[in-house]
Write a protein that binds this ligand. Structure first.
Ligand code: HEM
Length: 127
C-alpha cells in the first residue's frame, strides 16, 4: 500500500496537543524556563509549524520563516548537554500525556534525540 506519512499518522490535533503539553513542561523546568520567553504562545506556534514539516506534512514553517537553519537559530541560547537531556525528558513526558506509543513514538523520539544532540552548542557552562 501507500507509505504512511508520519504527519498523517499522528494527525494535526494530537501534534498540537503534544506541543502544548511539551511547552507547559518547558515553562516549569528549572533548567529550560530561564532561556525561553515567558510567553510561549509564539514559540509553540512555530514548533507546531516546524514539526508538521519535520513529520512530512506541508512545509508551513518554511513558507513563513524560510529555511529552518535550526542550529543557527539556536545559537543565541546556551544549549548544554544537560539542557538537551531536559528537552528530551519534557518531550517524552508530553508523548506519555497525549498517548503516543509503539513504533511510531519510538521512531519519532529517536529522530528528536539526534536533532536535540545536534543543537548542543555549549559544553563549558555545565554545573
Ligand atoms: C526555538 C531551546 C531543541 C525546534 C527555541 C528557542 C529556545 C530553544 C530557547 C527560542 C524560543 C523563542 O524565542 O521563541 C531549545 C533547547 C533544546 C532545543 C534547550 C535542547 C536540545 C530543539 C529541537 C527542535 C527544536 C530538538 C526540533 C525538533 C525549535 C524551533 C524553534 C526553536 C522550530 C523556533 C525557531 C524560530 O524562531 O523560528 N529552542 N531547543 N528545538 N526550537 Fe529549540
Amino acid at each position: 500500500g501507500k507509505p504512511l506519512i508520519p504527519y498523517d499518522q499522528i494527525g494535526a490535533e494530537t501534534l498540537s496537543n503534544l506541543v502544548d503539553a511539551f511547552y507547559s513542561r518547558v515553562s516549569a523546568h528549572p533548567q529550560l524556563a530561564p532561556i525561553f520567553p515567558d510567553d510561549l504562545t509564539e514559540t509553540a506556534r512555530k514548533q507546531k509549524q516546524f514539526l508538521t514539516q519535520y513529520l512530512g506534512g506541508p512545509n508551513i514553517y518554511s513558507a513563513e520563516h524560510g529555511h529552518p537553519r535550526l542550529k543557527a537559530r539556536h545559537h543565541p541560547f546556551p544549549i548544554t548537554p544537560a539542557r538537551a537531556q531536559a528537552w528530551l525528558e519534557c518531550m517524552s513526558e508530553a508523548m506519555d500525556e497525549v498517548g503516543l506509543s509503539g513504533q511510531f513514538r519510538e521512531t519519532f523520539f529517536n529522530r528528536l534525540v539526534l536533532t536535540a544532540h545536534h543543537m548542543v552548542n555549549d559544553y563549558d557552562s555545565e554545573e
